[in-house]
Design a protein. Structure first.
Length: 252
């Protein structure tokens, strides 16, 4: 009787230590006598001690912080770039069997890829096309890690740092560009004003008395000014009339 109780206790104990819990966000890779024997889905599963082992794999999206990497752009500008990679395990079997530590492996491969991609572009392209460059890094890393059972969802370039001397140069370049735009806008305004003045002059010269009316209007506008100095603008036509009259009187 005592032997039966002991036997039952031993069996219950073996069953209890054989039960393994796999959470909803995990998968278990089971090995029987050292050989891969299947995937354990979420729930309670039995793993026979001694004969079987298993390894849990987290299937959730993970974020890998790629540390600062020193690189040189295609136009020989030294930069420091860092990024973050979002990926998940798509195939638990490959993630365990094909690579020893997929977390470390994808981090190292991402660092190498990022340095290579930065070396293929100019500084202007790196600063202006960060999303495009990040997408290229994602495609390369995703293709390489596909054999490891990983799926790269996204890559984001967090920061691009430049040497202090280069930052001053870029600031001067930006200031020069703003001054250039200001000069262009100013010249375009002067051109438009000159064209309008030219059209106005053509209209005034084409109508008899229009220039004189404009002169009287200008005088009326100046009369409302409280200043003590008044400047009269005399049309050239009036001066010519006075000159003709003077010459006529001289001949008589």
């Amino acid at each position: 009787m005592n032997l039966s109780i002991y036997l039952i206790i031993i069996i219950v104990f073996i069953i209890l230590i054989s039960l393994k819990q796999i959470n909803q966000y995990e998968r278990g890779v089971k090995f029987t006598m050292g050989k891969y024997s299947g995937i354990m889905n979420p729930g309670w599963k039995i793993v026979v001690p001694v004969f079987q082992t298993y390894k849990k794999v987290d299937m959730r999206v993970k974020a890998v912080d790629v540390p600062d990497q020193k690189a040189i752009t295609r136009d020989n500008v030294p930069v420091i770039v860092n990024a973050v990679i979002y990926y998940k395990v798509a195939n638990a079997e490959k993630a365990v069997i094909e690579v020893e530590n997929f977390y470390y492996a994808i981090s190292q491969y991402a660092q190498t890829t990022m340095r290579n991609i930065v070396g293929e572009v100019t500084l202007d392209e790196l600063l202006a096309q960060r999303d495009k460059i990040a997408e290229r890094i994602r495609e390369i890393v995703d293709k390489e890690t596909d054999d490891w059972g990983l799926k790269v969802n996204n890559v984001e370039l967090k920061d691009v740092s430049l040497p202090e001397s280069m930052e001053r140069t870029i600031a001067k370049q930006a200031e020069a560009e703003r001054e250039k735009r200001a000069v262009i806008i100013n010249s375009e305004g002067e051109l438009a004003a000159a064209e309008n003045i030219s059209k106005a002059a053509e209209i005034l010269s084409a109508s008899d008395g229009a220039l004189h009316l404009r002169t009287l209007q200008s005088i009326n506008d100046m009369s409302s000014d409280q200043s003590n100095t008044v400047v009269f603008v005399t049309p050239v036509e009036i001066l010519k009339a006075f000159t003709s009259f003077k010459n006529k009187l001289t001949k008589e």
